[in-house]
Design a protein around this ligand. Structure first.
Ligand code: KIV
Ligand code: ZN
Length: 516
């Protein structure tokens, strides 16, 4: 069996999806989850882009023990030194440097000649090697590059000391047969101890097919993101590539990854909640309907033998059975146990918060399902930041326009303050009232509301992006009352803004960046 290295770029290319920006704490949380999932390399970010990004990559490098942690760098000294500084405390640091190699990018974007490109490749890889032994080089837009120039670039990168050569289909323009051929050519000029990698975008829906074609032609690293999130149409989806290698007879006896497949679903859930990007219902492996059998004939077949219509059992990828778990009389142990079964080991404090919130919920709905536990967890139990803003009272009037809301909020250590707002609907009115109450200028950039589970008593999960004085913060809230869920999400974003300000003030008081 040949080992395939799984290089996860959810925290870098995935984060480039519109609106998917993650805070440092969120990146660390996702990184720990990816480590538990068994990926080999976590690309944590692009440290030269902003100070926050640099610090987030540093935090991931420190948090992760078993995986290599990669930092992305353009082929410049400054970027490479910054990337090196960010991963210096990683157990297994990797620098990933890249430059475009297609004439289109060289002429129109970088405005440099092919020779200048070759010089940049050599300098960049050499510089990266002065910092770390594990250096990955990527030829951006490889699939639209002149193949003979691409091979020359690869030779230069190898001479300079690259240990992984990545072939990106940056704009998702490759055909599987052609991409496989190109990767095969790159493989042929690389020594055995150099890994060839495939990085495919999904603009034509071919990212997974192209990645598998690359594996067939000798790629031994696959670059993927959880749920396939990423720039534009996204990247090859981790769960699809991994399960294709596991399930298809063509691959299953030849290749293996070290991904713990039964953790796929919970990782997908975490990433979708953290980024606010829910997989489409029919998304392979992790979509809501991926294991739902609707047609009578199918249901009949599955009852008689699941293999009739299921190519893998849902529990192989960790999709939980929908179960009634709790009611008013359930104890704390039952709550802790069920969270554990869903993959969450709650701290004492988290358990206390979750239990309290769930018991309150049983006043409004009799039966609690896994969806409710997850909604409560992500919408309030998860201790992502200290609580600064508390909702004391919320009253709304709607039905006859304009809607009105009367909101009272208490900021830590201060007296409660109230305001009235009006708007097109109760949520708009409540947000108008909140904007009167908060000490900063806040603008709503995105808002979504989803029911967790079916039924009229379903918990509503609200997610939003709030721009507070130039920075965007994601907020989440959950409640059977959807207006309250929205208000809690708004306050959660404000808690993050308050937390970020505290960090910023501390950082200004003592600037601590590790030098190289
Ligand atoms: O798509 C791409 O070309 C990239 C590179 C930076 C590897 O993401
Ligand atoms: Zn990419």
């Amino acid at each position: 069996m040949e080992r395939i290295t799984v290089f996860d770029t959810t925290l870098r290319d995935g984060e480039q999806s519109p609106g998917a920006t993650m805070s440092r704490a969120e990146k660390v949380r996702v990184a720990r989850e990816l480590e538990g999932l068994g990926v080999d390399v976590i690309e944590a970010g692009f440290p030269a882009s902003t100070l926050q990004e640099f610090q987030a990559v540093q935090a991931v490098a420190e948090a992760v023990q078993t995986c290599a942690v990669a930092a992305l760098a353009r082929a410049t000294e400054e970027d490479i030194d910054r990337a090196a500084a960010a991963v210096t405390r990683a157990e297994r640091p990797r620098i990933h440097t890249f430059i475009a190699t297609s004439d289109l990018h060289l002429e129109r974007k970088l405005r440099i000649t092919r020779d200048a490109c070759l010089r940049r490749v050599q300098q960049a890889v050499r510089r990266a090697r002065t910092h770390v032994a594990d250096v990955q080089f990527s030829a951006e837009d490889a699939t639209r590059s002149d193949p003979s120039f691409l091979l020359r670039v690869v030779e230069v990168a190898l001479e300079a000391g690259a240990t992984t050569i990545n072939v990106p289909d940056t704009v998702g323009h490759a055909h599987p047969a052609e991409f496989g051929e190109l990767v095969g050519e790159v493989r042929r000029i690389c020594p055995d101890d150099v890994t060839v990698s495939a990085h495919c975008h999904n603009d034509l829906g071919l990212a997974v097919a192209n990645t598998l074609a690359a594996v067939e032609q000798g790629a031994r690293q696959v670059e993927v993101t959880v749920n396939g999130i990423g720039e534009r149409a996204g990247n090859a989806a981790l769960e699809e590539v991994v399960m294709a290698l596991e399930v298809l007879p063509r691959y299953r006896d030849r290749f293996r990854t070290q991904v713990v497949t039964r953790r796929i679903y919970r990782t997908s859930e975490l990433v979708s909640r953290v980024t606010g990007i829910r997989p489409q219902p029919n998304k392979a492996i992790v979509g809501r309907n991926a294991f739902a059998h609707e047609a009578g004939i199918h249901q009949d077949g599955v009852l008689k033998d699941p293999a009739t219509y299921e190519i893998m059992a849902p529990d192989v990828v960790g999709v939980p059975e929908r179960r009634l778990v709790l009611g008013k009389h359930s104890g704390r142990h039952a709550v802790a146990d069920r969270y554990r079964a869903l993959g969450f080991d709650l701290t004492e404090e988290e358990l206390a918060r979750a239990y309290h919130a769930l018991m309150e919920l049983t006043e409004r709905k009799k039966e609690l399902h896994d969806e409710d536990l997850l909604a409560v967890y992500y919408g309030g139990t998860l201790l992502d930041v200290p609580k600064v803003f508390r909702l004391e009272r919320l009253e709304v009037r709607c039905g006859t326009p304009p809607a009105r809301a009367d909101v009272t909020v208490r900021m830590a250590g201060e007296r409660p303050v109230s305001a009235m707002g009006s708007g097109d609907g109760p949520i708009d009115a409540a947000f108008a009232a909140l904007s009167e109450l908060v000490p900063w200028h806040a603008r709503l950039e995105r808002f979504s509301l989803e029911a967790a589970g079916g039924g009229r008593d379903a918990v509503g999960e609200a997610q939003l992006l709030l721009r507070v004085e130039g920075h965007v913060f994601r907020g989440r809230g959950a409640s059977t009352d959807v207006v309250e869920a929205a208000v809690l999400a708004y306050l959660n974003a404000l808690d993050k803004a308050a937390h970020a300000r505290t960090l910023e003030e501390r950082a200004l008081a003592s600037v601590q960046l590790w030098g190289v």
